[in-house]
Design a protein around this ligand. Structure first.
Ligand code: ZN
Length: 243
């Protein structure tokens, strides 16, 4: 079975549609969403509807989902992010707020675990950016695989038998017995690793292979809608450069 791992959609409908089409072409049957469906982008409601239509195995709570549903204050958000959250709150129904507020902070199953940001502190939203951050993560989960999002930077890290950690952006990761893996599929709706294409990952569970994917989408349309909604200009501009 093939499972798609998607994260940080951030109200970007064009990017989400491209990812869903690509995943259907790849014969994906199941979805995991690592959170942040809303925030930043101009189509939070349609993104919530599309995610629901995929009947995902699990949707994890992201920090923007938590703020938009009143679970957390906006204190830790910069002004652009806070503006977008307040705009989003004004558009959501009570049922959508309740849905977001009910999401779990992590999910664990046979051999894998999923968080939005960081397995060492699921509600702390700490970024995993440096080698030290990555190495620390391996001490905070005990499964073969751990999926995280939040940084909007696609990468994989492999813990070898001798305890060293190999970090890479390679497209294909073959899961080997005795090794453990930390995977960030990147962001669907607001990539920040210099490649503006939408990011996600496909886990072929039978073959034991995880593929990190990039997909083109209509960036101009997504960024135009952000401007037309009166959201901060920076949120539109950053989509063009993937940063
Ligand atoms: Zn995010």
């Amino acid at each position: 079975m093939k499972m798609a791992i998607i994260s940080d959609i951030h109200g970007n409908l064009e990017a989400l549609i491209s990812i869903v089409e690509d995943s259907k072409a790849e014969r994906v049957q199941s979805y995991i969403c690592l959170g942040d469906i809303v925030g930043y982008g101009a189509d939070p409601i349609k993104c919530l509807e599309i995610i629901a239509s995929l009947s995902p195995k699990v949707v994890i709570m992201g920090n923007h989902d938590a703020a938009a549903s009143g679970m957390e204050s906006l204190r830790n958000f910069n002004e652009y992010a806070a503006d977008a959250i307040l705009w989003t709150i004004g558009r959501m129904s009570r049922a959508q707020m309740e849905y977001l507020s009910s999401l779990p902070y992590f999910y664990k199953e046979d051999g894998w675990v999923a968080y939005h940001a960081n397995p060492c502190d699921p509600k702390g939203w700490g970024y995993v950016l440096s080698r030290r951050d990555v190495e620390r993560c391996f001490g905070c989960f005990d499964t073969t695989l751990c999926f995280i999002g939040h940084s909007h930077i696609q990468f994989s890290a492999e813990l070898l038998e001798d305890g060293t950690v190999r970090i890479s952006q390679q497209e294909e990761i073959c899961i080997k017995e005795g090794r453990r893996y930390l995977i960030n599929p990147g962001s669907v709706g607001q990539p920040r690793d210099g490649d503006p294409r939408a990011s996600y990952a496909i886990w072929d569970m039978d073959a034991g292979i995880i593929s990190l994917k990039r997909v083109d989408y209509d960036i101009a349309s997504a960024s135009r809608k952000i401007l037309m909604a009166g959201l901060p200009r920076l949120l539109a501009e950053r989509l063009e450069i993937g940063f």
